[in-house]
Design a protein around this ligand. Structure first.
Ligand code: HEC
Ligand code: HEC
Length: 220
């Protein structure tokens, strides 16, 4: 019965695309009020990457990082008090992660239509996030990235599922994380010091970081 099974399939996919437990985006926004002190109102981060961008990041990555801060498997001293059980339950983590993942930060200055008020205009400009070009050999970095990183972080660097977005993140922050991975202070793709990053030279990493700043959309 091909028709019946197609109908069943359509129904099944319709249900599958519903979130497992309803997330409360309003609650997420409210929780983000606490995060904003460091990561900014729209999750754009700040202090040149001392506080990473968390807006538009993969939801699974946000959830897993918050859980590992709480469990102290990823050390984050400034954030530890906020992630304590009392502060962030599993449900709160779901809500704030979904809220943050849904924030889009444009990479070009907005074109005003003329009817926006001053506050709206200010907010539109504040949301723009462009990472300055990092120095390095973009062509070489591109080759390395597509060969060694794209399988997990995606061809365009946007990440997917548990694999975080790298494009649009502060170069300083990414560099600091690579250093932590190399020292095995934070697990990357493999436990310890045998992962993909450990096979790269310092220049390779710089070239990859330069490449990542060159593929922000739209291309300049
Ligand atoms: C007191 C400052 C502070 C507050 C408040 C804070 N954070 Fe952070 N957060 C940090 C710092 C610093 C880092 C980077 C740690 C590092 O370099 O490894 C970070 C990292 C993160 C990361 C990891 C990003 C990545 O891509 O790996 C996530 C996710 C995050 N914060 C979410 C939140 C959320 C959600 C809240 C609110 C519930 C919050 N933070 C509140 C300072 C803060
Ligand atoms: C096998 C899959 C895989 C490959 C290949 C891979 N990564 Fe990752 N990467 C991950 C995972 C998983 C994480 C998140 C780790 C965690 O949960 O803390 C990550 C996190 C990162 C982060 C930290 C991002 C953040 O927001 O905290 C950086 C930087 C990074 N990877 C760079 C690279 C580079 C550069 C390459 C290529 C040389 C690469 N990765 C290849 C799986 C991979």
């Amino acid at each position: 019965m091909p028709f019946a099974s197609i109908r069943y399939l359509l129904l099944a996919t319709a249900f599958a695309s519903l979130p497992a437990a309803a997330v409360d985006l309003e609650k997420g926004k409210e929780i983000n009020g606490t995060c904003a002190a460091c990561h900014g109102e729209f999750g754009g981060g700040g202090k040149k990457g001392e506080y990473p961008r968390i807006a538009g990041q993969q939801v699974k990555h946000l959830e897993s990082q918050l859980k590992s801060f709480r469990a102290r498997t990823r050390v984050n001293i400034p954030m530890f008090p906020y992630t304590q059980e009392r502060e962030l339950s599993d449900e709160d983590i779901k809500d704030v992660s979904a809220y943050l993942a849904g924030i889009e930060l444009p990479t070009k200055m907005p074109e005003f239509k003329g009817h926006e008020d001053a506050l709206t205009r200010l907010q539109m400009v504040e949301k723009v996030m462009i990472i300055p070009r990092a120095e390095g050999d973009i062509e070489q970095g591109g080759k390395l990235y597509q060969k060694q990183c794209a399988s997990c972080h995606g061809k365009a660097g946007k990440g997917r599922g548990m694999f975080p977005m790298l494009v649009g993140q502060y170069t300083n922050y990414l560099k600091r994380q690579v250093d932590l991975f190399l020292k095995a202070d934070r697990p990357h793709d493999e436990e310890g010091t045998v992962g993909v990053l450990n096979g790269l030279k310092e220049k390779d990493i710089q070239d990859i970081l330069a490449y990542l700043t060159s593929i922000q959309e739209p291309k300049e």
